[in-house]
Structures are given as structure tokens and as C-alpha cells.
Design a protein around this ligand. Structure first.
Ligand code: SF4
Ligand code: SF4
Length: 303
């Protein structure tokens, strides 16, 4: 049976998303809107076009080939939905106009226009995963399914996890926790490790930072622990956003002494992607390695 997955990236030889060397499959679509997300192209379920201004040679081909007239230069007269990152005189794609034919991307020889997202068959992904079986074995690595929120595409995820399990490949699921428990029930039998984000304990802070409260996230977390699911917690540290939550998060995690937790510092690597998507972004202070080491020591996170 053919199952489709909407993904925006596949990364090989990753060392940051579980044990050993890993292939990471990034699913598109997320149920949170974390202000600091470093993969803003992961947020929506549909394909998007990113515009990298610095590469544009001004040939105008994208304007000519677009069948719907979606390419525009912002003159301030139209309110471009929530994309308040657009400046007067800047090239943008009018909301609701793009039919995602990708003709403009094909015509843009300078690669100023970049497609974000692609619908693929899970059979293709399985063949891609199998190619790397050698290095998974050598490094005691495997496959991590990430996003976005990979659990939102549960049929594809379950199919891929089953396949990995049948082929002796270690699996990890990177999740924000904000999905119905019934989805976890489906993947638990085939998941070797959950990478689980905890962003804030105070529901009001969580809502301010991500757009939703943390009730479901904490309920699912507790249930996963009750079931004995191996979990690595990941806590983003974003000065000015959730930094005041660290003591409460550390106190919460102290109830689960068997769980290891990582503290991840804010970085600015996603900013060029926000600009290319014409989305507003926050610029927070990037903590130094020394500052992060001190926080990890103080609150009991992995070194
Ligand atoms: S086709 Fe590419 S290079 Fe030409 S105007 Fe459009 S974005 Fe710029
Ligand atoms: S993908 Fe097609 S419809 Fe969308 S902006 Fe490009 S040419 Fe226009």
C-alpha cells in the first residue's frame, strides 16, 4: 500500500539526534509555533517557496511564468496575512494565490527561489534509509524521525518505524508531545527512543512561547514514562522567552531520576530562513558555551 509523507529534509550522519550516527527524516507540519523554531519551513503542512534575496539577479522570470500572478513586490497597500516580515519594495508571494506548481522555482537559475517541502512515498524513504544500514551498524546509530512534528503524519510514521524495526534499525521519534495519546499508542511498539521537548512548566508561559498550553504535553509525557518508554528530554533555553522556567523544569524532571535531559541553547542559524519565508522572527541572546555549561551543571542537565 502506498503511503505518502510530506517532508522537507533528510540529513545523513547526524550526531545530534540520538545515539550513534543517524539519518534524520524531517516531516513538515507542526502543532506548535515556538517563537524560536530554527526550522520555520517545517511549520505548515503544505509546500512553500523561500526567497533568498541575495541570490536574485532580477531577471523577472518568476513573475513571467507564474500562472496566478502570485509574485509581487510589496508596496504596503496589501496586508500580507501574518507575514509581517515583509518590507516595502520586497519581493514576496501573495497569500492564497500560489497553486504550488513550482514553475517559478524551475525557472530561477540563480537558485534564489527554493522549494520547501515535498510529498514522497514511504517506499522511497525506506529505500533511502536502507542505503545507510552499514553506518548505522558501525556506529550503533539509526533513524530519527523529526520535524516539524512527525507524529502529525501518523500513518507514514508508523509504516516507516515498522519497516526499521523489521530491518533491525534503531529508531528515535523527536516529538513536541502535542498530539493525541492514541498516536503514541501506535508507535510505541516500534520506537527505541523518544526525544521529548519540555519548553515550560507554567501553562501561561508555554502558551506565550508556543501558541498552546502544555497540558497534553505533560499528560503524554507522564503516560510514556508509565509505559516504560525510553526517553531523552530536550529543553530549549531561550533568553527572554522561557529562561525563567529552568528551575521549575529541573524540579519536574527530578521526579524522573532515570531520565537524561539535554539543555539546548538558542542560536541564530534559522534567521536566514525566516527572512526567506518573509516571516517575523525573534532575536534572542545566544548564550556562550561557558554559560551553558554552568546552567547544565546547576540544573542537572547532561554535560
Ligand atoms: S527568477 Fe529568481 S533570479 Fe529571477 S527575479 Fe525571480 S527570484 Fe530573482
Ligand atoms: S509555485 Fe507556481 S503559482 Fe506558486 S508562485 Fe511559483 S509559479 Fe506562481
Amino acid at each position: 500500500m502506498s503511503i505518502k509523507a510530506n517532508i522537507f529534509n533528510i540529513e545523513d550522519f547526524s550526531i545530534d539526534d540520538g545515539p550513534g550516527l543517524r539519518t534524520v527524516v524531517f516531516f513538515k507540519g507542526c502543532s506548535l509555533r515556538c517563537k524560536w523554531c530554527h526550522n520555520p519551513e517545517s511549520l505548515t503542512m503544505h509546500e512553500e517557496i523561500m526567497i533568498y534575496d541575495e541570490k536574485c539577479i532580477g531577471c523577472g522570470e518568476c513573475f513571467k511564468v507564474c500562472p496566478t500572478g502570485a509574485h509581487r513586490v510589496f508596496d504596503g497597500s496589501e496586508e500580507p496575512d501574518d507575514r509581517r516580515g515583509i518590507a516595502i519594495g520586497q519581493h514576496y508571494i501573495a497569500p492564497g494565490k500560489c497553486v504550488r506548481c513550482m514553475k517559478c522555482v524551475e525557472e530561477c537559475f540563480s537558485e534564489s527561489l527554493v522549494r520547501a517541502g515535498e510529498t514522497v512515498d514511504t517506499e522511497m524513504l525506506k529505500a533511502r534509509i536502507l542505503r545507510n544500514k552499514g553506518y548505522f551498524k558501525e556506529s550503533r546509530g539509526g533513524v530519527t524521525f523529526s520535524g516539524g512534528e512527525c507524529m502529525l503524519q501518523i500513518d507514514a510514521l508508523e509504516d516507516l518505524l515498522k519497516f526499521c524495526r523489521e530491518n533491525g534499525i534503531h529508531t528515535a521519534v523527536d516529538t513536541c508531545g502535542n498530539v493525541p495519546w492514541s498516536s503514541y499508542e501506535r508507535v510505541i511498539p516500534y520506537t527505541g527512543l523518544f526525544l521529548y521537548d519540555i519548553k515550560a512548566m507554567d501553562p501561561a508561559v508555554h502558551t506565550a512561547c508556543t501558541g498552546v498550553d502544555n497540558r497534553l504535553i505533560l499528560e503524554n509525557f507522564a503516560e510514556l514514562q508509565k509505559r516504560g518508554c525510553k526517553t531523552l528530554v530536550r529543553v530549549p533555553y531561550i533568553p527572554g522567552q522561557n529562561d525563567g522556567e529552568l528551575p521549575q523544569i529541573a524540579a519536574f524532571l527530578s521526579k524522573y531520576p532515570e531520565i537524561r535531559a539535554e539543555l539546548l541553547g538558542y542560536h541564530t542559524l534559522g534567521i536566514s530562513k525566516y527572512k526567506a519565508l518573509r516571516l517575523p522572527y525573534i532575536e534572542a541572546y545566544s548564550p556562550t558555551v561557558k554559560e551553558m555549561d554552568e546552567l547544565k551543571k546547576q540544573y542537572g542537565f547532561l554535560a
